[in-house]
Every structure is written in C-alpha cells, then in structure tokens.
Design a protein around this ligand. Structure first.
Ligand SMILES: Cc1cc2nc3c(=O)[nH]c(=O)nc-3n(C[C@H](O)[C@H](O)[C@H](O)COP(=O)(O)O)c2cc1C
Ligand SMILES: [Mn+2]
Length: 451
C-alpha cells in the first residue's frame, strides 16, 4: 500500500468517483466546513471525501471526511469491511518495524525560525463555542525520554499564536506519561505533529496496547511494508517521509495555558482546562501540501477510532474467553460483547477484560451468541429479559476514564459498570425463544400468499 495520502485519494477517485467531492467555491474555515459535512450526511445520506480548493485566509487546500466510511477504511488496509477486524488483529500480532530513509517529499519546503507561522495554515473552527482554530488530524510522534520506546497518537492542537499551540494529553495515556518524565527532569519533550497521511497510518496510530508497543510497527503491517521515516530538521524525532506536512515542536515543561472548550466525540462542547504548551521549531511540507482536517466528533472521527478499539477489546476478551464471537463499540465509553458461554462466570470475566483493556471503557454489556451486538434492539431485549440487576451488575468505583466525560468528578476519575445479560444458568437451559415450528417455516413460501 503506498505511504502517501495522494495515492489513497487516487484509489478512491478510481474505485468510487462519487465518494470524492472537490469544492472550488470559496469556503470559510469557521464552521462552514463542518456544516457542509454534517448536512451532506443528514440531508443527502452522503459521506464523501471533501477537498476544498479555496479556503478563506490560506493558500492550503483542505481535505476532510476521509475516514467517514468503513468501506474506505477497509480499502486502505487491503480488506473488505467484514474482514477489517481480522486484518487489524494480524497487524497487531505481526508488526513490521519502520526504516529510516535519507529524504522524502515532506522536506520539499522547510520553514524554520521566523518563517514558521501557524497562522498561514487553515484556521478551522469546527463547532460553536470552540475556543479557537484547531488542528484535528495531527498525529504525534515522540520518544520516551527515558528509553528507546516510541509512541504515536492523535492529539488535538489549539492554535495559540505564530509558533505556539496547546495540546490535549489524556491523563494517563502514553504521551502524557512521556511528557511527565521529561518535565520531572526539567526538560522539554521533542515531538513531531504529522498532518496528512493515508488511513492505514492513522489506524495504526490509534492501536491500543502497552506503552512498550510501537505504533509505527503496526502502521507498517497495515501498509504491508515498513514505514519510511526521515529525521526532523530541529530534533532527532523520526517522521513519515511521505506525509503532507510535519510540525516539529517541543512540549514545554512547567507551562500550562487555558485550552478548550472544544466540541468532542462525547457529543459535548466542553473542557476548558490548563493544558500543556507546544512551541513549534519548524514546519516542513510538500510544495503543494494538502492540509488534512478530521471532522471531529462526526463519522470521520468516530469510525476511525472504533476499528482499533474493537480490535484491542476483541483481543483482550479472547485472552479470557476463547469463545467470544463479536465486540462492538456503539458509542462513547461503551462496549457490547457477544460470546458463547461454555461455563458460568465467563461473562463476568469478559467484563473485567474489557474494563481492564481500555482506559476509555466505562460500560460493558455481555450477551449470548444468539444476540447480534450490531443490532441495538437485540441488545436492549437481552438486557430486559436475561438480566437481574442485583445479581448481574458489576460496579467498579474510583477508576480512571476519560477526562472528556462530563459526568466524571475530577478530570476523569470515574465509576465503571458491567452488565452480564447472558441467560442464566445457561442459554441451553433457559426459557425457549418463540418460533414457528421449523417444518412450517421451511414449507411456507411468501409468494404463494401474495397477489
Ligand atoms: C481525531 C482524533 C482526535 C483525538 N484527540 C485526542 C486528544 O486530543 N488527546 C488525546 O489524549 N487523545 C486523543 N485521541 C485519542 C488517542 O489518539 C488514542 O486514545 C490513542 O490510542 C492514544 O495513544 P496511546 O495509547 O499511545 O496513548 C484522538 C483520536 C482521534 C481519532
Ligand atoms: Mn502507545
């Protein structure tokens, strides 16, 4: 799979021309881009990749909504939508380490010193109440100050000046951990913020695992070849050679600035907090760079996050319960699991596996394998008819979750709950479901009764 965004856009144009919409009419980056994305989805049921050629206040074209279709995400890793989970699991199991190359198109333009200017980039404001323009498609690349471990993640960046942004580091996540290590030494943390890569790289960045696991290896496995990296101009950080743009920077020690509110995946505009400060040391980009934006809190964002989450949770549950059938993340902080329970108690183990495997998970529902977790009505039915809350509800208090959950007490300290909605003592021994006798079902043909 090619390592650049453009080749993937060409693939979309070739395979599904209706999925690619070029807009030449001028558009205001304040709210108009998000408004168009959401209206296309709600009023026309369309989720195309959008390329805005003429964005007010900038010379960079803006690309958004790239990830708003599961078929597109699957194509980006050489799979079909129903084979995406196994393809992702294979990449997690067999990462391909990256390689360093001498140069690449991301270095066509190199801006350092006074020539750095974040205000020349598209100043995209996504939702009402957002504190300012944000970069939403930047992937952070950083090395642990205390080891050779590398980490990649998406982190929202609020543009705060010519060479300054703030960054949202989820408390307890890996980049937050690296920054705390650097800060304890009184040092800045070198970081590169990579904008404009194909979905295979973005999906790899979102892999959830131990802090020792290198997302760059998963990116390589998803691409089908080692990720090619080049060294930054102002630090030793390594970045994808074929990206559209790289913002080289440092996260400062002992500096905080107000960040947010910002409309987020939770469905709320929230979270003004003192957050870490990023000083930009260089910007490098392709000569005709495309500026990639993620339509945050809409399908572009939600579908992209869900694939890696479901893969990780499936892997975690399967380590406990070999007969797990399916895992779905239907919304924020929520997971549904279906399994073929061979022994009483396996549903509870699945609950513990999910809550232990993902910081964000807060509610888990476990159902038997006859329930389709991709159908909310079936899950609701199982909850109503196979569950006694005094027996089947597990509550864990004072755990850690997302600091973007408005119901949490302090910055993400949260209770978590799991519901065992499997039939007890077993599905085989449970009250039978209603059905028409099978011989009648086989025999009767609808067309015989229609005019
Ligand atoms: C579009 C998008 C924006 C995101 N923004 C943030 C963010 O601002 N802060 C954050 O901590 N995580 C953010 N995330 C989630 C992290 O990237 C994700 O949890 C990642 O797995 C964390 O990496 P880690 O497990 O290596 O710590 C975002 C994800 C997406 C898809
Ligand atoms: Mn990580």
């Amino acid at each position: 799979m090619p390592q650049d965004l453009r080749s993937f856009l060409d693939l979309v144009k070739r395979q599904k021309p209706d999925d690619f919409l070029v807009v030449s009419r001028p558009i205001d980056p304040a709210w108009e881009i998000t408004a168009l994305v959401v209206k296309l989805e709600r009023e026309r049921r369309r989720r195309p990749v959008l390329l805005f050629e003429n964005v007010t206040g900038t010379r960079f074209p803006v690309l958004t909504n790239l990830h708003a279709s599961r078929a597109r995400l699957a194509a980006a890793i050489g799979a079909t939508p129903d084979r995406m989970l196994p393809a992702y699991l294979r990449a997690m199991e067999k990462p391909l380490p990256p390689v360093v190359v001498p140069g690449g198109p991301v270095k066509e333009v190199v801006l350092t010193g006074d020539r750095v200017d974040l205000r020349a980039l598209p100043q995209i404001i996504h939702h009402e109440g957002d504190a300012g323009p944000y970069l939403t498609a930047a992937i952070s690349f950083a090395r642990d100050p205390a080891s050779e471990t590398w980490n990649c993640a998406f982190n929202r960046l609020m543009i705060q000046g010519r060479d300054t942004t703030s960054i949202h580091l989820t408390l307890g996540k890996h980049l937050w951990e690296f920054h705390r290590t650097a800060e304890a030494r009184g040092e800045p943390l070198p970081v590169a913020l990579v904008v404009g890569v194909p979905p295979a790289i973005s999906l790899g960045a979102l892999a959830i695992g131990s802090i020792d696991e290198d997302e760059r290896g998963i990116m390589g496995a998803l691409l089908g070849e080692p990720l090619e990296l080049v060294r930054c101009e102002t630090s030793d950080v390594l970045v994808p050679a074929h990206a559209e743009m790289v913002i080289e920077a440092e996260i400062l020690p002992e500096a905080r600035t107000p960040e947010g509110p910002f409309g987020e995946f939770t469905g709320y505009s929230l979270g003004q907090r003192p957050r870490e400060v990023v000083k930009v040391t260089a910007i490098t980009h392709r000569r005709d760079a495309i500026f990639h934006d993620i339509s945050v809190a809409h399908l572009d964002h939600l579908l992209l996050s869900t694939v890696p989450m479901e893969a990780n949770l499936y892997r975690a549950v399967r380590a406990m319960v070999p007969t797990v059938r399916a895992v779905r993340v239907p919304g924020p902080f929520t997971c549904y699991v279906s399994l073929e329970q061979r022994l009483p108690g396996q549903a509870k183990n699945a609950i513990m596996a999910v809550l232990g495997a993902d910081l964000y998970m807060k509610r888990v529902v476990v159902v038997d394998h006859d329930v389709d977790v991709f159908d909310d009505r079936q899950v609701t039915w199982a909850l109503a008819t196979r569950c006694q809350p005094d027996r089947d509800l597990v509550v864990v208090t004072h755990a850690r979750g997302s600091d973007l959950d408005p119901s949490t007490a302090q910055d993400g300290q949260t209770a978590k709950w799991g519901i065992d909605a499997t039939a007890k003592p077993s599905l085989a021994g449970y009250t039978p479901r209603h059905r028409v006798p099978p011989d009648v079902w086989q025999r009767l043909r609808v067309e015989d009764y229609l005019p």
